[in-house]
Design a protein around this ligand. Structure first.
Ligand code: SF4
Ligand code: SF4
Length: 448
């Protein structure tokens, strides 16, 4: 993860003035000229391929297999010290993606303190409305009744400056109670069906963070147009994604994918897993493997990636140009890499931050990210075994990096085990137990 961040920063600097090679060279060279024409021309002349598309089975439109997730747009500080979306850079990233064939943009009411919908709407206004698909999500947790549901929906249309949403999702359904309380008992679901009949919603679905029982219940409630699930080669078995995908496929409901990289974990992996993938295809990055694995499932319509630096936009677009599903030998390589990755036992945290804030200041996702990164690199000494020179070397790396990545007041030892965060985690991680385990390791290392 840290390596990725370093690369991102380096590429971000290049992007800001020093130029990027390959397809990005086109971008760099025309940074101050109309981008559309150059990219379109290169695509027309066959010099580069656009991002591949899949046909949506509801209305028959072609949807890009790569969806631009707008939950992590680039941020900046204002003169007053407030953190806001960097609109100019966001527009450049979105424009570059659009020019390369990405036509699905995903936002939500709450993303980036509510600013994402505003900025995305403002940027997409530059493109013909029928040339892109805009998806947003109703904040399930804010619905207190029918009037509130109506008010939120209208506010979202206004913020995005559109007359309709192409994909509208009930956001983050985590239990049967969530759905019943917010949508069924209030009549909001009937209202949304009316909006669909009026054409202000083109397709109605939900994003899902729960178990098989909840999925079965939700699928009985309505003839949904699509469903968004967390899908990647790690969760296929671990989080029962195989079952969810199978249920949707059986009902001919197309699947939208979130977390294809499992919170970035599949973009880094551990050295053993990386070398297995490299041997199978030296040109494909671990992130590219993860995207191709998801895209190889035929019932997947589009795959979300939250992108905030140009190097990620480019890499992802390159993976989806002229998309080819994995061959059977490549599938085998993924299985072997997964087995190698599972051996290191990372915490299955996606960094979603639904568990935050912690009243005691613990930065839960930051602690897990630092730990996962160090464990993937092989820099966690075995504190239970005989201490060696190698253990000391790893200990020094671990403690330095842990202290750099997570500020002291946010570290695991501040966890009081109150348990408040535990019920919030869509991955069902036993957060207090994992924090205690990490803290115990850190304490052991500190005493050595
Ligand atoms: S269990 Fe720990 S991390 Fe979770 S909310 Fe309580 S103090 Fe914070
Ligand atoms: S809610 Fe769970 S997955 Fe999300 S950041 Fe917290 S621990 Fe990680």
């Amino acid at each position: 993860m840290e390596d990725n961040k370093k690369i991102s920063r380096r590429n971000a600097l290049k992007y800001m003035g020093l130029g990027i090679l390959g397809v990005a060279g086109i971008y760099s060279a025309i940074r101050f000229t109309p981008l559309n024409d150059k990219i379109k021309d290169a695509i027309k002349k066959g010099k580069i391929k656009p991002v591949s598309t899949r046909k949506d089975r509801v209305l028959g439109s072609e949807v890009s297999m790569l969806a631009f997730g707008c939950m992590r747009l680039p941020m900046m500080k204002t003169a007053e010290g407030t953190t806001v979306i960097n609109r100019e850079l966001s527009a450049q990233l979105i424009q570059y993606a659009y020019d390369n064939g990405v036509n699905y943009f995903d936002t939500a009411y709450n993303y980036l303190n509510g600013e994402s919908e505003l900025v995305v709407g403002e940027i997409l206004k530059a493109f013909p409305r029928e040339s892109f698909h805009l998806a947003t999500k109703m904040p399930t947790w804010l619905i207190t009744g029918l009037d509130k549901g109506k008010e939120l929906f209208q506010e979202q249309l206004d913020k995005c400056q559109v007359e309709y949403f192409d994909f509208y999702l009930l956001h983050a359904l985590g239990s049967i109670e969530d759905y019943d309380k917010a949508y069924k008992n209030t009549g909001v679901i009937e209202y949304l069906k009316e909006e669909k009949a009026k054409g202000r919603i083109k397709r109605l679905g939900f994003s899902f963070h729960s178990n098989a029982q909840t999925m079965d219940y939700l699928l009985q409630q309505y003839d949904w147009d699509f469903v968004m699930i967390q899908l990647n080669y790690l969760d296929w078995e671990a989080q029962n994604a195989k079952y969810m995908y199978g249920q949707l496929e059986k009902r001919n409901i197309q699947c939208l994918v979130m977390e294809p990289l499992r919170g970035g974990a599949l973009a880094t992996l551990n050295p053993e897993a990386v070398s297995i993938l490299k041997e199978a295809n030296p040109d494909l990055t671990p992130a590219g493997w993860a995207f191709r694995w998801v895209g190889s499932l035929p019932n997947v319509l589009t795959i979300l990636s939250g992108m905030n630096v140009m190097s990620h936009v480019e890499e992802n677009i390159n993976t989806f140009r002229n998309f080819k599903p994995l061959t059977s030998s490549e599938q085998e390589a993924v299985s072997k890499a997964l087995a190698a990755y599972k051996k290191i036992s990372p915490v299955p945290c996606t960094g979603c931050a639904y568990c935050m804030p912690c009243n005691f200041g613990v930065d839960i996702p930051a602690v897990f990210a630092a730990y996962n990164e160090l464990i993937a690199e092989g820099n966690v000494p075995d504190v239970k075994s005989a201490w060696t020179e190698e253990s000391s070397r790893k200990k020094d790396i671990f403690l330095t990096r842990y202290n750099q990545s997570v500020s002291e007041p946010a570290q695991a030892h501040h966890c009081t085990q109150c348990g408040k965060c535990k019920t919030m985690c869509p991955q069902e991680i036993d957060i207090p137990a994992e924090l205690a385990r990490i803290n115990e390791m850190v304490q052991e290392m500190s005493w050595r």
